[in-house]
Design a binder for this molecule. Structure first.
Ligand code: FAD
Length: 261
């Protein structure tokens, strides 16, 4: 049953605010080795453990950083959560690989400073080239050193590989924190007519917060792409106001119709 048809029967307005949760992948040699995890898997296990849940993969040592050489790939807020969670789990060492320099890091500068104070070793201008393993488990990461080249269409300098610059670092666990993309919402909600951008974010009219489907609104990361809490809060408030206007208009239109009849 299509989302629009099934929910629309029961509700006068619907807001889609599902966030973005499809992890970006690192597709290099050795990506299929064990002990390479997406950030959300690692963070969720840690949170659940902190709340007192039984988390088998944590208790069995797989998703637990204690005593391990940890390599986190990425430079955003999620990467910062992973490096600092690893430190709190008593990792032996924590390295964070980011392909640009410190100045261009997308994560909060304060969190980077805090992570450095806590002992995280930031490997600026590096990109993973290959994962090496033993008995099916990752043991090392081969890195390429990078340099910043010409600015791209967005004005950001694109990172380029420095040929012959490879180095190897030890890794008992690799955490992938390269960001998130939207899931395929039209397919997921069986609503193929819902219009999305080329990145998969839902397209809305910014004045009405409405999608191309009447009465269906969208807000937050699923519209902006991975963003920040403050923007999600603002979008939520804007969407609430827009839905209020929409519903009031709907009521007054139906009253007018009844009066005419
Ligand atoms: C690990 C991590 C760290 C972050 N750190 C920061 C930070 O330090 N500072 C900052 O400003 N921002 C940070 N962000 C970004 C911030 O969390 C988001 O920008 C913000 O939460 C987006 O709000 P939202 O309401 O659009 O979506 P979300 O907060 O992601 O909420 C979406 C909700 O929809 C639910 N959902 C998804 N699909 C469905 C479905 N099919 N049916 C029903 N429910 C569904 C999800 O379970 C979730 O509860 C971080 C994000 C992550 C993942």
């Amino acid at each position: 049953m299509q989302l629009y048809l099934s929910l629309e029967k029961k509700h006068d307005a619907i807001l889609i605010a599902t966030g973005v949760y499809k992890s970006r992948e690192v597709e290099i040699l050795g990506s299929n080795l064990k002990n390479i995890y997406p950030a959300m898997q690692f963070l969720t296990a840690s949170n659940r453990k902190g709340l007192g849940d039984k988390v088998k993969m944590f208790d069995d040592g797989y998703l637990n950083a204690e005593g391990k050489d940890i390599v986190v790939i990425g430079g955003g807020d999620t990467a910062m959560d992973c490096v600092r969670t690893s430190i709190r789990q008593n990792a032996k060492s924590v390295k964070c690989l980011y392909r640009r320099d410190k100045k261009n890091m997308p994560g909060s500068a304060r969190e980077v400073a805090n992570a450095e104070e806590e002992g995280v070793d930031f490997q600026w201008l590096t990109n993973p080239k290959e994962f090496i393993g033993k008995n099916g488990k990752v043991t090392e990461v081969v890195l390429n050193k990078m340099k910043l080249g010409e600015a791209d269409a967005t004005g950001r300098q694109a990172p380029e590989i420095i040929q012959g610059s490879e180095i190897k670092i030890k890794a008992d666990m690799v955490i992938k924190a390269l960001g998130f993309d939207p899931e395929d919402i039209p397919t997921l909600f069986s609503e193929p007519t819902l219009v999305v951008s080329k990145w998969g974010t839902i397209k809305i009219d910014l004045k009405t917060m409405q999608t191309n489907l009447d009465g269906i609104f969208a807000a937050g990361d699923i519209v902006r792409g991975a963003s920040l809490v403050v923007w999600a809060i603002k979008d939520g408030r804007d969407a609430a106001e827009a839905m209020d206007i929409y519903l009031k208009n709907k009521i007054s239109q139906s009253l007018k119709k009844r009066m005419v009849a």
